[in-house]
Design a protein around this ligand. Structure first.
Ligand code: 13P
Length: 264
């Protein structure tokens, strides 16, 4: 079973619409040669820029993602954005349960579970973020946290609904700190996650689900990360805001995936 690697840029709360249009156009110009059947590229601008960026990339090999979504299809939820609104803008991916949302906006596994369900139901791909913080790692609780995020995040979601799911292992201690997990640490956690998916959904499904790594990914560490058997790409924060960095992360990944056989 072949998993197509994916490099996603999470722009977080950066770039005005004007800046986003210019940046997306530059990414498109620099990465037109990447074959999307070998490597997928996704950019996740802020909500305010989604519509314009969608137009910029509509005829390209770059796909659009959102950084969050509400769990209801519509309703009286002032300030929120629904999955139908995202779908209408041609979004294909939605980040769900990012650690910044868990920490600053108190998102629980229960909320994340509801968001995953609405994204999957509408046929988009959620990128479910999971991972431990520094204290949890130092107290040897990494696997326990992953159990909690995976089992409770995916509660009552059947294997039939799962087709589009992507998981991102983002250890909180590596986000925006410049401290990347070593390829071995990331592989250990991601192998563990695949094992959990195997317990939940069986071998054939677990082998189809892409697991990304996120946390201080840069052009100089992506090659070793993406070589690992359970690292199917990256969710990039800071480095996705700088043209050269993002372009090189994609290009170096592309070089590697052309060499790696991901058949199982
Ligand atoms: P950095 O790449 O800036 O560490 O951020 C990672 C992240 O949070 C991506 O979602």
């Amino acid at each position: 079973m072949k998993r197509i690697p994916l490099i996603a840029g999470n722009w977080k709360m950066y770039k005005t619409t004007t800046e986003a249009i210019e940046f997306a156009s530059a990414i498109k110009r620099n990465l037109y040669q990447i074959n999307p059947e070998l490597l997928e590229i996704v950019i996740c601008p802020a909500f305010t820029a989604l519509s314009d960026v969608s137009e910029v990339i509509c005829d390209s090999n770059i796909k659009l993602g959102a950084q969050d979504v509400h769990w209801e299809r519509e309703g009286a939820f002032t300030g929120e954005v629904s999955i139908l609104m995202l779908k209408d803008l041609n979004c294909k991916y939605v980040i769900v349960g990012h650690s910044e949302r868990r920490t600053y906006f108190k998102e629980t596994n229960e909320i994340i579970n509801k968001k995953l369900k609405v994204v999957l139901k509408e046929g988009l791909s959620p990128i479910l973020c999971v991972g431990e913080n520094l204290e949890e790692r130092e107290n040897n609780m990494t696997f326990k946290v992953l159990d909690d995020h995976i089992y409770n995040g995916l509660k009552d979601i059947s294997s039939l609904e799962l087709v589009n799911l992507v998981i991102a292992y983002e250890p909180v201690w590596a986000i925006g700190t410049g401290k990347t997990a070593t390829p071995q640490i990331a592989q250990e956690a991601q192998g563990y996650i695949r094992n959990l998916l195997n317990n939940l959904y069986g071998e054939s499904i677990s082998q189809q689900i892409r697991i990304l790594y996120g946390g201080s990914v840069k052009p100089d560490n992506i090659r070793e990360l993406i070589k690992q058997p359970d690292i199917d790409g990256a969710l990039v924060g800071g480095a996705s805001l700088i043209l050269d960095s993002f372009v090189n992360i994609v290009k170096y990944s592309y070089d590697e995936v052309k060499n790696i056989c991901m058949d199982y």
